[in-house]
Design a protein around this ligand. Structure first.
Ligand SMILES: [Zn+2]
Length: 301
């Protein structure tokens, strides 16, 4: 029997605008995918085939050091040729919040990757800061912001920050110990982590009046996502999210916002929330989030 409450729920669900989400992938440590070029390129093709099948354009943020070798170059070219955004994640992936990472070093490190990427298909001048660290001092933060403006760059912001890299590292250990490892429980924990982060940052987006913008999800290029990215896409869809292209996401006004926080960085939504001064209780630093996830992962088979 359909109750009045069921009906009201169905009407509300049908009239709600679907939440939108876009895929961004970082690092491209192709060595994580295999020891031979054949193996790496086969797995790379499977990721690209999935996105083609889903008709989904992603943004791929490359570490310059990973596209120096011919095999890394082939990975880069394949993503560009498949219509994805190809963008800059610096050359050596230094933490810009470290006192030892100067503006002079960091801007040169970004320019070095730019010199390789600018001739690539799909290249879009977006910079993703390693570990989302945008500077520990006002001087460093603003110097890099000015550098980006003069170079025609925008920040390739993450909206939904995740600890997928932590899951991926633990997943790799389990596979190394047992190549026939049954990954189903691990996969389920990973998917629920991502959806949980979707709820956390989706909630912040609504409260900050950016609820209509597609939110950029952070994942990394690794074996976990080679095996389970299809599940990630399906899992968000089942939770009421609609996948949209990364180019459409980065066009939104949300991604032109500059938060006035120090140290600068983290998820853009996290930084915008912090800037208001009203979210101290709810904003856990990524470090704390990672500790929480480590505890969850250690209990998995
Ligand atoms: Zn990275």
């Amino acid at each position: 029997m359909v109750t009045r409450r069921d009906l009201l729920f169905q009407i509300a669900a049908a009239s709600a605008t679907p939440r939108r989400i876009a895929l961004t992938m970082d690092d491209f440590h192709w060595r994580f995918l295999g020891s031979t070029e054949t193996e790496v390129l086969a797995k790379n093709r499977s990721l690209l085939k999935l996105l083609e099948h889903e008709n989904l354009q992603a943004a791929a943020f490359f570490i310059g050091g990973n596209i120096e070798a011919p095999i890394g170059r082939k990975v880069l070219d394949a993503w560009g040729a498949s219509g994805h955004i190809v963008a800059n994640h610096t050359w050596s992936h230094r933490n810009y919040n470290a006192a030892s990472t100067t503006f002079e070093f960091f801007s040169a490190d970004t320019a070095r990757t730019h010199a390789v990427l600018e001739k690539s298909r799909g290249f879009t001048p977006l910079l993703r800061f390693p570990a989302l660290k945008e500077g520990d001092t006002k001087e460093k933060r603003d110097a890099m912001r000015a550098w980006m403006k003069s170079a025609g760059y925008r920040n390739g912001h993450v909206a939904i920050d995740t600890s997928d890299w932590l899951y991926a590292a633990e997943f790799a250990k389990r596979l190394a110990a047992n190549p026939r490892y049954d990954s189903a429980p691990f996969r389920d924990a990973y998917l629920s982590h991502l959806r949980r982060m979707g709820e956390v940052y989706g909630g912040l987006a609504r409260e900050l009046a950016f609820g209509n913008a597609p939110l950029t999800l952070l994942v990394h290029y690794n074996e976990l996502n080679v095996r389970h990215l299809a599940d990630v896409l399906q899992s968000f869809r089942s939770a009421g999210w609609q996948w949209v292209g990364a180019r459409e996401a980065f066009r939104q006004a949300l991604y032109s916002q500059e938060a006035d926080t120090l140290p600068a960085g983290e998820s853009l939504l996290w930084a915008l929330a912090k800037q208001t001064g009203h979210y101290e209780e709810r904003l856990r630093h990524q470090g704390e989030q990672d500790k929480l996830e480590e505890g969850l992962i250690s209990n998995l088979p």
